[in-house]
Design a protein around this ligand. Structure first.
Ligand code: UD1
Length: 362
């Protein structure tokens, strides 16, 4: 069974690592890895391949940045050629980025089966590009691998046949479980002079938070007033906006806020695991903090990962920066007893690959 596995952006790399490992371990599968090049800076891409021991991609489509249409179209054109050359039995896509939708669409129109890992998540907010990517990918996928029960419900409501849907757990958590030893042993926080549970980690990159000058200024002000060290590895999109809005001088006025370059997987998770709390708008980090039992404040009005709120450590703060300080104070005081969601046990990739092999034999 020849499987073309597609990745493009940072969270995809974390998800594909355990799948590639499992596919290479099992007989009867020939995995081929395609990197679309949606993310290309070393600290957004190569560093993750090294940290997570992901094999060098067989193809790099080098599409780079652009408008949604430009990026999606470039991926489609280049990926169609790869499909024509490799003639895979299956294309496997992960997550909800533009690379996910573009490659699923190409494959399906060539009559190639599509597997979507992390299917069924819904924010019900169609202004988010990721929501459109999720809806469309799930509408055409042949195998839908679901991370949490809300995904099963959403797909049922959308009329997806239940023979295509498999509740398998979370491959991002597979990667976390696999690397927990290294994350716990890391001395990176110490090297930065950070003391366990005395600092807050921030990551923000969603257009709703970082593309508006007023919002971004408000967030910087709010974080500058937190009475703990705040460490913020800044996504390139966010940094570009900070430069454009001339906000980079502001944090220097207050010593508690430290803006640093994006980190590799091991360094980043080693900070998250030791943080007092995390402030984010990322999807994956809501899940990782739930597993690590670290309070997570999500600066969004909605989440497509509700289990992180019902069982985990996640709280929706909304997008008004004035809500950050009270929400943080409450999260640090709260005595929650978070639980790890069902099947987030480090074995999701094994389940997925077993199902694919079984389906191929049918
Ligand atoms: C993308 C995904 C988002 C995901 C995020 C994780 C889509 C629609 N969005 O958002 O769902 O949560 O990745 O990080 O697919 N840039 C660089 N170097 C890089 C990559 C990006 O400088 O290696 C800059 C460019 O200015 C680019 C901008 O970041 O225009 C945005 O990159 P893009 O891939 O379009 O979206 P992200 O915001 O990273």
């Amino acid at each position: 069974m020849r499987i073309l596995n597609v990745v493009g952006a940072r969270p995809n790399f974390v998800k594909i690592a355990p799948l590639m490992r499992e596919m290479r371990r099992r007989r009867g599968i020939e995995p081929i890895l395609v990197h679309t090049g949606q993310h290309y800076d070393a600290n957004m891409s190569d560093d993750f391949f090294k940290d997570l021991e992901i094999p060098v991609p067989d193809y790099n489509l080098g599409v780079g940045s652009g408008s949604h249409a430009t990026q999606t179209a470039r991926i489609m054109l280049a990926f169609e050629e790869v499909c024509a050359k490799e003639r895979p039995d299956l294309v496997l896509v992960v997550g909800d980025v533009n690379s996910t939708l573009a490659s699923a669409l190409v494959a399906k129109k060539l009559g190639i089966r599509v597997a979507h890992v992390e299917a069924g998540l819904r924010s019900f907010d169609r202004t988010m590009p990721e929501e459109i990517n999720r809806l469309l990918t799930d509408a055409i996928a042949d195998y839908l691998f679901v991370t949490e029960e809300s995904g099963l419900k959403n797909l049922r409501r959308e009329g997806v046949g239940k023979e295509k849907v498999f509740f398998v757990g979370n491959v991002m958590i597979d990667t976390l479980v696999q690397n927990l030893g290294k994350i716990r042993d890391s001395r990176f926080a110490e090297e930065l002079g950070l003391r366990e549970r005395e600092f807050v980690v921030v990551t923000l990159h969603r257009p709703t938070n970082v593309d508006s000058e007023e919002r971004l200024r408000g967030i910087l002000r709010a974080l500058g007033n937190v009475r703990r060290t705040v460490i913020w590895p800044v996504h390139p999109r966010t940094r570009a906006n900070m430069e454009r809005f001339d906000l980079l001088s502001a944090p220097k006025k207050n010593g508690n806020l430290r803006l640093i370059e994006p980190l590799g997987y091991m360094q980043f998770l080693s900070l998250v695991a030791r943080a007092a709390a995390v402030v984010t708008d990322s999807g994956g980090i809501q899940e990782e903090t739930t597993y690590l039992k670290v309070p997570c404040l999500t600066l969004r009005e909605n989440t497509e990962r509700p289990v992180t709120m019902t069982l985990g450590t996640n709280v929706l703060v909304g997008t008004d920066p004035r809500r950050i300080a009270p929400a943080l104070a409450a999260a640090l005081k709260a005595k929650r007893r978070p639980r790890i969601p069902p099947l987030w046990d480090g074995h999701a990739a094994e389940r997925i690959v077993s199902i694919l092999l079984r389906e191929a034999r049918r």
